[in-house]
Ligand binder design. Structure first.
Ligand code: DAH
Length: 347
């Protein structure tokens, strides 16, 4: 038996490493360990081995089995490696310089964001930033948005578990609930608390809502917020600035109109529509583009500004909507798919 096992292992160690394909491997495996295989045949002879020799012979067979399995595994690994190498093609020389992919291009949302900031800088606005993980205080409470407001609903907003802590997101009220900000208006509060009037800021950034994605909705999109605080600011100043911005970005044919609306943080409040039918693909005469109004005295009180002295306006709008108008894009999802055929058009 020992000789037979040794002969079998010698044969296997010579034959198996030379196998090139999976079908050859499977055939060889069957010849050794299949139901009619050579090792299987030897194992069947155990029945004829005298009882007292069985433990010793059993041990020999087990050792042979393990060794054979080792040869089989190695042969299969060699075949798998060869298959992978064939898939990968010729060996890569990592010391060669990489092929020139050409310079990248700015994303259309980046282009619009930068252009809006440039337009606003020209009239004295500076760019302000705020965190995307916000507290209810900055996102809602200080903006006169009470706890029963629909924007605060669990169904509309991404809250973090009560145990979550994010550094110093809120120094004022560290025990608060955290959420992904639903709008950039939170930066109004942060800016007013940090500084003192007059204030003139633009704050572009990412915002989050529980929205089902479709051609015009995305759970994650971008807004641009503006806040102006000074003495004797009027609705006329607000309208003039919006007219200036949209004429600069979309062309001087662009006109705006205000519709009365409600926002907790402004009084009066308006929705802003614009008309820009000179742009390709713009069919509708009026398109809603954002919200605005005169800063509510309650908000000034929340940040310690005297509403008898200070006045101001604020507005917010979606950057995607602006980019879609400007470039004639009809599906918001294109912005996030990273499809080079789309992105290269803005080179
Ligand atoms: N935060 C509002 C939104 O997300 C937009 C907005 C409305 C911003 C009025 C403002 C404002 O600053 O005054 O829909």
């Amino acid at each position: 038996m020992q000789d037979q096992l040794s002969a079998l292992l010698a044969k296997a160690s010579a034959e198996l490493p030379a196998l090139k394909t999976r079908p050859d491997f499977e055939a060889a495996k069957a010849r050794y360990v299949g139901p009619n295989g050579e090792l299987t045949a030897l194992m069947k002879q155990m029945g004829a081995v005298p009882k007292e020799q069985r433990p010793a012979v059993g041990k020999l067979i087990n050792e042979a089995k393990t060794a054979l399995q080792g040869h089989l595994d190695a042969a299969l690994a060699t075949i798998a490696n060869a298959e992978l190498a064939a898939q990968l093609g010729p060996a890569v020389d990592p010391t060669l310089p990489s092929p020139d992919f050409g310079p990248g291009t700015s994303h259309p949302l980046t282009l619009v964001r930068e252009e809006m900031c440039r337009i606003l800088r020209k009239v004295g606005f500076t760019v302000a930033d705020g965190p995307e993980v916000e507290t209810e205080y900055y996102c809602f409470d200080a903006l006169n948005t009470p706890s029963d407001h629909p924007a605060r609903d669990e169904k509309d907003t991404f809250y973090f578990p009560a145990s979550a802590r994010f550094g110093n997101v809120s120094k004022k009220t560290p025990e608060e609930k955290y959420l992904l900000r639903t709008h950039t208006s939170s930066v109004q509060i942060r800016t007013m608390l940090k500084g003192s009037p007059p204030i003139r800021i633009v704050s572009p950034g990412r915002v989050y809502r529980r929205d089902t994605s479709d051609a015009t909705h995305s759970a994650n999109f971008h807004q641009l917020e503006c806040l102006y605080v000074d003495k004797n600011v009027t609705v006329r100043d607000l309208k003039a600035l919006l007219d200036y911005i949209f004429a600069s970005l979309l062309g001087k044919e662009t006109k705006t109109r205000f519709r009365p609306h409600y926002f907790g943080y402004t009084e009066p409040s308006f929705e802003v529509d614009l008309t820009a039918t000179h742009l390709p693909k713009v069919k509708k005469p009026w398109i809603e583009i954002g919200g605005c109004g005169m800063v509510d005295p309650t908000v000034f009180e929340a940040v310690g500004y005297d509403p008898e002295v200070w006045s101001g306006y604020a507005f917010g709008m979606g950057l995607e909507r602006l980019a879609m108008l400007l470039y004639g894009i009809d599906d918001i999802r294109y912005f996030y798919q990273n499809d080079l055929r789309f992105l290269k058009q803005f080179a």
